[in-house]
Design a protein around this ligand. Structure first.
Ligand SMILES: [Fe+2]
Ligand SMILES: [Fe+2]
Length: 468
């Protein structure tokens, strides 16, 4: 497929030869631009920003870097190039993949596209105010890159809706532009996307945890028998890597600065010195992690089994498994039983969501263990940990349960009495709000975060990433 950057919607999906599809996307473009104007990063309009924009889909050189006035960013539609392949898993394993959607899967696929699509603008909306408080031009640029790419992910989902559902997809597209993160009666579909990300610590945790959930969701459809979805997800994954980097490296820098201040002032309580204490970082992890766990759905899910059988949604690194059909290896899940929990073994096919969440947790824990090594080397006893999947959940088998972050059941009174120890307090939020002051001087960093080790695309850290 050739890359057409001159088209009103830059693309490599042949829009020039699909006038009806292009018309639908141009119709969407009007509403999208209005949405971006109202809900995109606050206070940044015509500033020139050093951004990458897709210009192809080759693994090296898929993006061009340059200054773009944010209001003139061009959102496009890209998929990795088609390859002859057969379905990898499910009842259709070994059969040719589909370029058009079999009618029996239309209902499920529409839901999947709408739910995935809804998360993308949701994540832009919930962090839009952060553009006013970036700790450096480098960080501001990363937020804006994240925002335009989440916007582009919405375009990807809308493209699939229009291509495979035609004008029938219009109502869904309108819904995607009209729902609002956190709005009372017209909220985003998934709860995690209705929590405002109002400080940069939360933003880094969000990118570290939620964009990684995004990676897992995209991976699970990147081998889908529905080939357009697979190739769309594969290209989205190339963008997702940077979002996870923003989170992981942002947190590493916060911790580095926290350690510096602890050494300098010989105390854990570095808040009075303009830092973010480790215990506070932990409370914010405890706040966000359960919202991200919720995104994986019920550990035991008949719907996930159906999507697997249909060949639509597989496991992470599906190719690495020997069996792609039966999935009857035992997997351990936890169920709630009168007054406690029961560990039961079920066939893997019944616990695909739980399996995915477990793989995800392993990856996150591995990354966090690196920070903990740094802490230990600095002689700090405290570790940063993920709360137990039982802690503070709004969805699934642990919904409404009172447990400590370690996963031990407690009564309501105990939970409430220890809330301030486990979850962010009003004072924590006020402290972060006070720290969040914009830094626009070239190469300067706010006092609560260390500088990055290198800049973007071989530029220096003290490069003018955003022009004011
Ligand atoms: Fe995304
Ligand atoms: Fe992302």
């Amino acid at each position: 497929m050739t890359v057409d950057l001159a088209c009103s919607v830059p693309n490599n999906v042949g829009l020039a030869g699909r006038p009806e599809l292009l018309r639908l996307l141009e119709w969407f473009q009007g509403g999208y631009r209005e949405w971006w104007h109202d809900c995109g990063p606050a206070g940044i309009r015509d500033n020139e920003v050093y951004l990458r924009t897709p210009v192809g889909v080759d693994s090296d050189g898929w993006a061009a870097y340059g200054f773009v006035p944010l209001s003139q960013y061009r959102w496009g539609v890209f998929q990795t190039n088609p390859k002859p392949r057969t379905a990898l898993f499910g009842e259709v394993a070994g059969q040719p993949v589909w370029q058009t959607l079999p009618s029996e899967h239309r209902g499920y696929m529409k839901k999947l596209l709408v739910i995935q699509g809804d998360t993308e603008p949701g994540s832009v909306e919930q962090s839009r105010l952060l553009a006013q408080t970036a700790p450096s031009l480098y960080d501001l640029r990363n937020l804006l890159q994240f925002s335009v790419e989440e916007g582009r992910h919405l375009w990807s989902m809308v493209h699939l809706l229009f291509e495979h559902f035609g004008a029938e997809g219009r109502d869904d597209a309108e819904g995607l532009l009209s729902r609002r993160s956190g709005s009372g009666d017209n909220r985003r579909l998934l709860d995690a996307f209705n929590n405002p990300v109002s400080d940069w610590l939360s933003f880094f945790i969000w990118c570290f945890l939620a964009d990684r959930d995004g990676k897992y969701q995209l991976h699970s459809v990147s081998e889908s028998a529905f080939d357009p979805l697979a190739r769309t997800a594969q290209f989205m994954l190339t963008e997702e890597a940077h979002h996870m980097f923003i989170g992981e490296d942002g947190l590493r820098r916060v911790i580095e600065r926290t350690l510096e201040l602890m050494r300098e002032h010989d105390t854990d309580d570095i808040a009075p010195f303009g830092g973010i204490p480790l215990a506070m970082i932990q409370r914010f992890f405890n706040f966000w992690a359960p919202r991200i766990y919720d995104l994986f759905g019920n550990d035991e899910s008949p719907r996930a089994a159906q999507a697997f059988d249909a060949g639509i949604k597989g496991r992470i690194h599906e190719a690495g498994f020997a069996d792609h059909r039966r999935l009857d290896d035992p997997v351990r899940v936890e169920r709630r039983e009168a007054g406690g929990f029961a560990q039961v073994e079920v066939p893997m096919r019944h616990a695909l969501n739980g399996l995915m969440r477990r793989e995800y947790l392993k990856e996150v824990q591995l990354l966090m263990s690196r920070w903990n090594r740094t802490l230990r080397r600095a002689g700090v006893e405290q570790e940063l940990t993920l709360p137990s999947p039982r802690f503070n959940r709004n969805f699934g088998v642990y919904e409404g349960l009172h447990c400590s972050p370690a996963g031990d059941p407690v009564d309501v009174a105990t939970f409430e009495s220890r809330r301030a120890e486990w979850l962010p307090t009003a004072a924590d939020r006020a402290h972060l709000a006070a720290l969040m002051q914009p830094v626009h001087d070239i190469g300067k960093m706010a006092g609560w975060i260390a500088p990055p080790m290198r800049g973007i695309n071989s530029q220096a850290v003290d490069f003018e990433y955003v022009r004011f």
